[in-house]
Design a protein around this ligand. Structure first.
Ligand SMILES: Cc1cc2nc3c(=O)[nH]c(=O)nc-3n(C[C@H](O)[C@H](O)[C@H](O)COP(=O)(O)O)c2cc1C
Length: 364
């Protein structure tokens, strides 16, 4: 695709990120976004992202080095902004239900402590020491000192917003661009600042409102699975898109067989928003764990306590090839997933986007 073809708002962000296509592979913490996936995406001229939120500083360092062995193109590293853990008190009913699942799977429930194994500061230092081109994050807004240190290294900073107020806060903090995460999105809601619960604004309404208010480039995210979704996002004023679910079924992604099967067998009504797995709202495909935990949804402890409590259950379920207790994160477009290499997917996305944009302008 010729870069001159893009609207000005797109060209500006492509230049800033040093990429050719306005497509970002979403960071997917917990395993799916392997170094092979990130590098394959970046090698096509789109932007690959390492989902480093759960990784220790040593693991982040190693992932960055693996990606750099496979590509000399820009890629992004994504972290989670740290959150206050308010209380370690866990409801008896929640514990009882989780113990029932543990017995069934033959695992123990872990001891959960307030001690973190590493700090956000240690994680970000690895990015600063490694000449990474893009830093993205979710679940919060970094202090000005962090953003200044990142900018000093000429790193582009991208935050995540689920409403206009959050986007404004990210722009004021000095972010270079903002991901507008619509309610269609797979995985966790990036919500941090809202006093009105978890905003659930669909992308069609969210993207133009953030474009009008944020004064920085906007990256549309949530439910975008093909060139029609990309063209629509650009029409709404976005400068690029960030796609997660579409990349889960790429051959370079690390996604367990039960998860892949669930994606392939999913339909438009298969996903829902739940806090039962982690204590924070996230969208995934319905399964037995969600069905049986949902009556206790409001009693589940906040993230990251519930996330730690359910980790061994999720891993044991995966090891047994059983989808019942896995967090099958996926967006509302999961039924449009296609199995291919990252390169084939991006080639198809670019061609489709071009075709949609051309056919629309030729009808004018
Ligand atoms: C499996 C999975 C894991 C995700 N992990 C992260 C993450 O670590 N950091 C982040 O900023 N966003 C994460 N997201 C959200 C994506 O950035 C993006 O908003 C979402 O995938 C867009 O919706 P879609 O999946 O319908 O394309 C994740 C999404 C999925 C599906």
């Amino acid at each position: 695709m010729q870069s001159g073809f893009w609207p000005e708002q797109v060209r500006g962000l492509l230049e800033k990120l040093g990429i050719e296509h306005p497509i970002i592979q979403a960071p997917m913490a917990g395993g799916p976004s392997t170094p092979e996936l990130v590098a394959a995406v970046s090698n096509t001229g789109a932007l690959g992202s390492i989902g480093a939120g759960y990784l220790s500083p040593e693991q982040i360092d190693s992932e960055i080095h693996k990606v750099k062995e496979l590509t000399d193109k820009p890629f992004s590293v994504n972290l989670f902004m740290p959150e206050e853990i308010s209380s370690l008190v866990i409801s008896e009913k929640v514990l009882k239900q989780l113990e029932k699942f543990s017995r069934e799977l033959g695992v123990e429930l872990p001891e959960v402590t307030l001690e973190a194994e590493f700090t956000f500061e240690e994680q970000i230092n690895v990015l600063l020491d490694n000449d990474v081109q893009v830093f993205s994050f979710t679940f919060g807004v970094p202090g000005k000192n962090i953003v200044d240190r990142v900018h000093e290294k000429n790193i582009t900073v991208i935050g995540t917003a689920t409403c206009v107020g959050e986007a404004r806060a990210l722009a004021e903090a000095g972010c270079s661009a903002v991901v507008a995460q619509g309610s269609e999105a797979g995985g966790h809601r990036g919500t941090f600042g809202s006093t009105e619960g978890t905003p659930m604004i669909g992308g069609l309404a969210l993207v133009p409102q953030i474009v009008d208010e944020a004064q920085i480039p906007v990256i549309a995210s949530g439910g975008i699975m093909d060139g029609r979704g990309i063209a629509a996002s650009l029409a709404l004023g976005a400068s690029a898109v960030q796609m997660g679910t579409a990349f889960l079924s790429c051959i370079e992604a690390a996604v367990s067989k039960p998860w892949l099967d669930s994606l392939q067998n999913s339909k438009d009504t298969s996903t829902l928003l739940t806090r039962t797995f982690s204590g924070k709202y996230a969208r995934g495909i319905k399964n037995r764990f969600i069905d049986e935990m949902s009556p206790l949804e409001n009693e589940v402890p906040n993230y990251p306590i519930q996330n730690s409590l359910t980790r061994l259950l999720r891993n044991a379920s995966k090891d047994k090839g059983n989808a019942d207790f896995i967090s099958l994160w996926a967006g509302q477009g999961s039924a449009m997933s296609r199995k291919s290499s990252a390169q084939e997917l991006i080639n198809a996305l670019v061609t489709e986007t071009n075709e949609v944009l051309k056919s629309m302008s030729s009808k004018l």
